[in-house]
Every structure is written in C-alpha cells, then in structure tokens.
Design a protein around this ligand. Structure first.
Ligand code: AKG
Ligand code: MN
Length: 207
C-alpha cells in the first residue's frame, strides 16, 4: 500500500519525490502562469531587496543573491552570523502565506525571499536546520521566474536528486528532509533570466 504523504488531501495534484528518508512533494503548476507573472513583477518592485555580507571562516563575503525577510515581529532568524529582523507582512505575501498554510496543513509565521538576478547568483548546499525552525520543519517553497535546477544531496548516502523548479511551482519539504538532505541552487554559465524564491517557515521563539 502506498504510504499516505502529509500533503495528499490537497485539491492540487502533488507529486511525491522518490527520496528515501525524506518527505518532499512538488506541485508543478501551483499558481496559474498569469498569476505567477504578476507576482514576480510585484515582488521585484515592492520588496526592499538587500545584498547581505556573511562571515565564513573569518572572511567577509557578499551573499550571491538579493534577500529579504518578512514575518511576525518576533520572528528573528539567524544564520551564517547574520541576524535578520523581520520586515512586516505586505498584502501579497500574507495572501500567499495563507494559501501555503492551507495546502501544507501547517502554520507559517515568516518568509525568506531570495532573488537570483542571473546565472551567477546561487545558494550553496545547506539544510534549513537552524534551531529556531524546530526538529522536523515544514517549509513551503514557491518559485517565480527562470527555471533553475534544485539539487538534493543525501548527507550520508550516495544519493542525489535534481529537480527543475517551474515558474509558479510549490515544493513542500517536511518530516526528516532537513535532517537527511542538503539542498541548493548552483551557478550556471547559461543565459538565464531572474528567479525569485519564497520559503515560508515557522520560527519558534528563542529564549
Ligand atoms: O531558491 C531556492 O529554491 C531555495 C531557497 C532555499 O533553500 C532557502 O531559502 O533556504
Ligand atoms: Mn534552504
């Protein structure tokens, strides 16, 4: 018998990815093309995009993409020595948050936005496993714009899986995905357009 995934009750058709020790569901056409186009234009202009500097092994590096962090006022997110204070919700983000909550069956209180301006913008392999996300976080990841390969790499097994994330698609990562896999977006020399990714998250307040 097929195992019941966390997200199978949705009216959208999701595809469960063949990843052992993980729970990942992909909705290729979560948003209609016209809606995704409008959102891409809206977010390019309405978000206060910033290029952060992070410190790695004592050296300062510009993050190879633009970012923004929005959420409830107490949602402070820390990674790579950066402390991100949330910008308030704006209407398009709040509406998306509610739709992600409905399909994921999980509450979100924050969203990280990444704008990959061209093929030289990227995100190194990592897991979303910071303590404030809890042990088995549910993360809803919306892609707008250019298609880029999204890589999953198992932490201990020789298992890699690459998925091309479509304009308007939603990727839900849950269960033990972050414990067992790293994920990322590589640079490419191909001429690719820009891409915005939004990851809705639930941040637990830290003492
Ligand atoms: O751009 C993506 O699809 C991935 C973004 C991501 O992994 C993150 O924001 O933690
Ligand atoms: Mn991530």
């Amino acid at each position: 018998m097929k195992q019941q995934g966390l997200f199978e009750n949705s009216t959208h058709k999701g595809e469960s990815l063949p990843l052992p020790d993980a729970d990942v569901t992909y909705y290729a056409n979560w948003l209609a093309g016209s809606e995704a186009d409008l959102l891409l234009r809206t977010l390019r202009s309405q978000i206060k995009w910033q290029q952060e500097t992070i410190s790695l092994y004592g050296k300062q590096h510009l993050v190879p993409r633009l970012q923004a962090w929005h959420g409830d006022p107490d949602c402070i997110y820390q990674y790579s020595g950066l402390t991100m204070q949330p910008q308030p919700w704006i209407a398009p983000l709040l509406q998306l948050k509610e739709r992600c909550e409905a399909i994921a069956g999980n509450a979100f209180n924050s969203v990280l936005l990444n704008w990959y301006r061209h093929g030289q913008d990227s995100m190194g392999l990592h897991a979303d496993d910071e303590p404030e996300l809890g042990r088995e976080p549910v993360i809803a990841s919306l892609t707008l714009g250019a298609e880029r390969p999204f890589i999953f790499k198992h932490r201990t097994l020789p298992k890699r899986h690459t998925l091309t994330l479509h304009h308007g698609s939603l990727l839900l990562m849950a269960g033990r995905t972050q414990l067992n896999y790293l994920h990322g977006i590589s640079k490419t020399v191909k001429a690719v357009g820009d891409r915005i990714n939004l990851t809705f998250r639930y941040i637990y307040p830290q003492e």
